[in-house]
Design a protein around this ligand. Structure first.
Ligand code: PXG
Length: 291
């Protein structure tokens, strides 16, 4: 495997960063998780835009232009001969000293691109739906660390994930500080009620997911009314259908939440229709590359 590290493609065993990198010492950096489907990088411009916005918000300089980052991602995919890939772009403040002061890292930004085979949830979740729970750890307050920043500090989500795993579940609903449903540890959440789609607005504790936006676009095209609206746990429990969206997860049906069976207990017609449309879109859209 070849990994892109600061402008060079190196073997996995030589892909290293300094122990003084503030990405490691403080989680001081940002990242993106992207996918390619059959030599088409899905929503690449949107992912690069979001990375630049995350970097802008934490005052981190991106060492490459958007166009050059796009080229570097494509070159890394080619070097690894990957048709279908998971792409991780990591940008850190770089090497500094043992103090927080980001000025010590000036000009040392570390940019890494790792491309690998994708690891998905088991097929069974997509066929029969998954069971999730609400966990005690609430999503970061936007006033403290805005969930719109896809920062390297993912402890908030990891703590929620640990709580889910400890209870025997693969994913967890995280609430915002007001107790409304925010999102899951690495996915956005949707519910369906009376043939309408609802997903939490992005103003509180919710990342503006690119898969979430894709589902909202699809719903417009196939004329399913969609609403960005606050959702309570009660509204999840009484929904007809529920599903999660994310780059890694794509669209995964949820059939049980906190012990409550959702709808008929199997993936519903709206979820299935959206899953089918989503797969069509990933087959057609994206930035092409040749191996
Ligand atoms: N919420 C959170 C907190 C996320 O981290 C999403 C929602 C979905 O956003 P996208 O833009 O992907 O639709 C994410 C994204 C992983 C992994 O390795 C996690 C994400 C994406 C890709 C891989 O677990 N999270």
């Amino acid at each position: 495997m070849k990994v892109y590290v600061n402008g060079s493609l190196v073997d996995k065993k030589d892909a290293k960063v300094s122990v003084f990198d503030h990405g490691l010492l403080y989680g001081d950096g940002v990242f993106e998780g992207i996918r390619s489907y059959n030599c088409l990088v899905f929503k690449l411009a949107e992912h690069i835009d979001r990375l630049f916005k995350s970097a802008q918000s934490i005052m981190l300089k991106t060492p490459l232009s958007k166009k050059d980052l796009e080229k570097a991602i494509i070159n890394t995919l080619k070097a690894n001969n990957l048709k279908d890939a998971y792409i991780r772009v990591v940008l850190t403040r770089g090497e500094g000293d043992l103090g927080l002061d980001p000025r010590k890292c000036k000009g040392n930004e570390t940019l890494i691109i790792i491309t690998d085979k994708i690891t998905l949830y088991p097929k069974e979740y997509y066929k029969n739906g998954m069971e999730i729970i609400t966990v005690p750890t609430v999503r970061n307050l936007p006033e403290a660390l805005n969930p719109q920043i896809k920062s390297l500090n993912y402890l908030n989500n990891i703590l929620a994930k640990i709580e889910a795993i400890n209870s025997g579940f693969a994913e967890a609903i995280m609430l915002d500080s007001l107790g409304y449903v925010a999102e899951c540890t690495g996915d956005n959440i949707f519910v369906v009620r009376e043939s309408n789609l609802y997903t939490p607005p992005q103003c509180m504790g919710t990342l503006r997911g690119i898969t979430r936006d894709t589902v909202l676009d699809i719903s417009k095209k196939i004329k399913i009314p969609a609403h960005e609206h606050v959702i309570t746990r009660h509204e999840v429990y009484i929904s007809d259908e529920c599903f999660l969206t994310g780059t890694a997860a794509e669209i995964v049906p949820v059939v049980k939440v906190d012990g409550r069976v959702i709808g008929t207990g199997v993936p519903g017609p709206v979820t299935k229709k959206l899953m089918q449309n989503f797969h069509e879109v990933t087959k057609k859209e994206g930035i092409p590359y040749k191996l």
